[in-house]
Write a protein that binds this ligand. Structure first.
Ligand code: ACO
Length: 381
């Protein structure tokens, strides 16, 4: 039996900070309203040059340094995101190229804010089945690009960022112990973001393609989402902890999707677990959707909140509706990476981009040669 251990983790947050006071200059709101209703003080916003793929790449590169795995050894890359650059190529393929992960399969996963936990569970099962030896699971979002900045009900909630973990197979018991994945499409209209909106077929009309949306931005019924979230966080944590053969007393830390402090406090009450056992960084990051759990995990490790042999629970919930939880035994101490080693490891990504450009160029040359030889064949005829 193979076990899938988390052996690397990394996160990336854009430099630009947008505070509640900044928002109060954009829409009719206040720092006090936002903070008391959500626990959010500020969030990060991607720069013009940053995309979901560049954020994801930064997080993955950091996680691979901690894991001490060369990108060419990576078997699988999963990017959980609701804000891909394209439907295809997937953001995961762009990350694969930036990393130079030449042997990896890569795909995006769409499960909104539950996407990271879905990806973790799928990657762990791929390792446990022997299909792959390792996998990089990334949650990455540029939510700022899909918000209606005039809608004070949604634009105050979200932010940008990325987090990643590296999973590796081992015969040592531990790692991802149990997962629960759930969905309820009947609640899809509570929280939605249209994807297909270009070139509407004239006979269908724009209403069809916009699914009733006024714009191509996030729409949400906050109160309904709140009720749904508090229910499923508690239920899915309990179910997954039981599946792992543990009790809530065995759980050292719960890293929930960082949507709202009040959702987490209500879930803690339902679970009868002190709220201090939930890790929160929503105050400084806002809701980064699929990226929020891996970013919070990295911050929790940085804050010394996880020790070897601790049981940690990840729990996500969001659009779909989807929800998911995983129990992980945190049992691998990362190697100490020196500054020089770290910098040297980053050089390989520059080299990977160089190789990628060369491959693109050689494809163009091949195509030009093929065109010109076809032309000559045509001349012969
Ligand atoms: N500033 C000031 N007033 C506001 C703002 C704002 N930013 N937004 C709404 N209001 C007003 C409303 O207009 C309303 O005014 P009214 O009473 O005059 O009509 C009043 O505040 C109350 O509005 P509600 O929407 O009922 O406020 P509520 O207490 O429910 O708080 C909130 C709203 C914070 C969005 C809450 O419902 C919530 O947190 N829901 C969960 C949302 C969430 O976490 N979504 C993401 C989860 S899934 C995922 O991550 C994709």
């Amino acid at each position: 039996m193979k076990y899938a251990h988390i052996v690397g983790w990394g996160s990336y947050r854009p430099d630009k900070i947008l505070t509640n006071s900044d928002l109060a200059r954009m829409v009719d709101t206040s720092d006090e309203w936002i903070f008391t209703r959500t626990g959010i003080r500020e969030r990060r916003i991607a720069s013009e040059r940053e995309t979901t793929a560049t954020l994801a790449f930064e997080a993955a590169a950091r996680a691979l340094v901690v894991a001490d795995i060369h990108p060419s050894q990576v078997d699988l890359i999963i990017v959980a995101t609701s804000t891909p650059e394209y439907i295809f190529p997937s953001t995961a393929c762009l990350v694969q190229d930036y990393l130079g992960a030449t042997r990896a399969g890569a795909f995006d996963l769409s499960a909104a804010c539950s996407g990271f936990v879905y990806g973790l569970s799928l990657a762990a099962q791929s390792i446990q089945s022997g299909a792959v030896h390792n996998a990089v699971v990334i949650g990455a979002e540029t939510m700022s690009r899909v918000l209606d900045w005039e809608d004070r009900g949604t634009c105050i909630l979200f932010g940008d960022g990325a987090g990643a973990v590296v999973l590796k197979g081992s015969s040592v018991p531990g790692g991802v112990m149990a997962s629960t994945l759930r969905s309820d499409g009947s609640g899809g209209d509570m929280l939605s973001l249209p994807a297909v909106y270009h070139n509407p077929m004239p006979m269908l009309g724009p209403e069809y393609l916009h699914n009733g949306h006024k714009k191509n931005t996030v729409e949400m019924n906050g109160r309904q989402v709140f009720r749904f979230a508090t229910q499923v966080v508690a239920d899915s944590v309990e179910e997954t902890v039981l599946k792992a053969g543990l009790t809530m007393d065995d759980v050292a830390l719960i890293v929930p999707h960082q949507a709202n402090v009040r959702i987490i406090e209500t879930a803690a009450k339902r679970l009868r677990v002190p709220v201090e056992r939930f890790y929160m960084n929503v105050d400084s990051m806002g809701n980064t959707s699929a990226a929020s759990i891996p970013i919070a995990l990295c911050d929790a490790v940085g804050d010394g909140r996880l020790r070897p042999d601790d049981n940690v629970v990840f729990v996500g919930f969001g659009g779909g509706l989807t929800w998911a939880a995983s129990v992980v035994k945190w049992d691998v101490t990362p190697p100490q990476v020196s500054f020089i080693d770290h910098e040297w490891k980053r050089v390989r990504y520059v080299m990977a981009r160089g190789r990628s450009r060369l491959r693109r160029l050689s494809r163009r040359v091949e195509a030009a040669v093929a065109r010109s030889s076809n032309g000559h064949e045509g001349d012969d005829e």
